[in-house]
Design a protein around this ligand. Structure first.
Ligand code: PMP
Ligand code: GLN
Length: 380
């Protein structure tokens, strides 16, 4: 069989989690919380199951969940998506990304990918027959930044889509209003669409706000906005999220979605719809994670790692040149095996080998877990 994805192996997240388990290491690699979600959310899902809500829901997701999402997005970002025609519930952000790409990218179309990039973007483009065009973020004194003039220079008559991600995995950087305006300037007057991966939308720190592309009317009119309930409600294993887009785009999205998964499991949708009526969990999330970020950064400041900024997400990147000269993947494995703390090499987020001497830690962990990891890292 000729592979459709010849360059793809097992994802770095799976590789590092398996190694962490095998070695009994503290797993700060793959991004997921090691604490429970709100028991009220579990009850809401169990209630739905017990009351018999266990058959196929509508293809696009239950109306109650799409409505609660539309209300929440409007309340926060001031843009109203029509829940009937502009929001679809997906099997996590991963399926939302794949389906968005498949529904608009034709063979030979170019898609601009900003690196480091989440590992599902390029395979999605390749499955659509598209051609990824890469622009690398630059590391400045303020951390990773998108060089928009290079994005503009990467645009060609074949450009169909630009993929962005803010708050950004793995760098923890956050796009500000000037970035969003720069993106709008680039696409204005073109037919280029935008895929905005906003799964960490509720993890922006230090009082800043999340600049969803849907706040910007011109961008909202040409964007697929992807989000994930897994991140916001500490349930990454439920694999549920949504995509919001203008009706014309969403109608094409749904054509692919109905033959991709058709729909997403019923009781979780009812549970989330009931639970999400209370805004407290996502309003409290920035303070919740900012405290963990600060605890983790304070501990790291006493080690030989150099901290990069973490303005959003639940990731903290560190530069390790004072600790080791190993390449990132080898260093991450050594750290897991010998020191007992798993991390993710940032090089895994580039299409070509690129060594920056930086690894990513996830701080979505109980304080005790973070403290144990810090104790081990401080020995270096
Ligand atoms: N995009 C980014 C940037 C992510 O970090 C993740 C998950 N870690 C996803 C998409 C996928 O989210 P989900 O688990 O909901 O598919
Ligand atoms: N997105 C998570 C991370 O960056 C992992 C998701 C996965 O395992 N595919 O760690």
């Amino acid at each position: 069989l000729t592979s459709r994805l010849p360059d793809v192996g097992t994802t770095i997240f799976t590789v590092m989690s398996a190694l962490a388990t095998e070695k009994g290491a503290v797993n700060l690699g793959q991004g997921f919380p090691d604490f429970h979600c709100d028991p009220a959310l579990v009850d809401a899902v169990a209630d739905a199951m017990r009351s018999g809500l266990n058959q196929y829901p509508p293809m696009t997701g239950i109306p109650g969940l799409r409505e609660v999402v539309a209300d929440k997005v409007e309340a926060i970002y001031g843009h109203r998506y029509d829940p009937a025609t502009e929001i679809t519930v997906t099997a996590g952000a991963t399926q939302g990304i794949l389906t968005s790409v498949l529904c608009c990218v034709h063979p030979g179309d170019e898609v601009i990918v900003i690196e480091p990039a989440y590992d599902s973007y390029v395979p999605a483009i390749q499955l659509a027959g598209g051609v990824p065009v890469f622009v690398q973020m630059e590391v400045t004194a303020a951390g990773y930044a998108v060089p928009w003039q290079k994005v503009a220079a990467a645009v060609s008559p074949r450009t169909r889509l630009i993929m962005i991600n803010s708050p950004h995995n793995p760098t923890g950087s956050v796009l500000r209003i000037a970035d969003i305006n720069a993106l709008a300037d680039i696409v204005r007057g073109t037919g280029i669409l935008v895929l905005s991966d906003e799964v960490y939308e509720h993890m922006v720190y230090d009082g800043a706000r999340h600049e969803s592309v849907c706040r910007h009317p011109e961008l909202a009119a040409r964007s697929f906005v992807v989000s994930s309930f897994g991140k916001t409600y500490h349930v990454t294993g439920w694999k549920i999220g949504y995509v919001a887009a203008p009706a014309a785009l969403m109608s094409e999205f749904r054509k692919v979605h109905q033959f991709n998964v058709f729909t997403v499991n019923t009781p979780v949708q009812y549970g989330l719809a009931a639970f999400m009526k209370n805004p407290a969990p996502y309003l409290e999330l920035p303070a919740f994670y900012q405290r963990k970020r600060d605890l983790f950064r304070e501990g790291l400041a006493a080690t030989r790692f150099k901290l990069l900024p973490s303005d959003g997400t639940y990731f903290q990147c560190v530069e390790y040149s004072d600790v080791s000269s190993l390449p990132e993947a080898d260093f991450a494995k050594w750290l897991t095996t010998e020191i007992g703390v798993a991390a993710i090499p940032v090089s895994a987020f580039y299409h070509e080998p690129r060594e920056s001497g930086i690894v990513r830690f996830c701080f979505a962990k109980q304080d005790e877990t973070l403290k144990l990891a810090l104790e081990r890292l401080s020995k270096l």
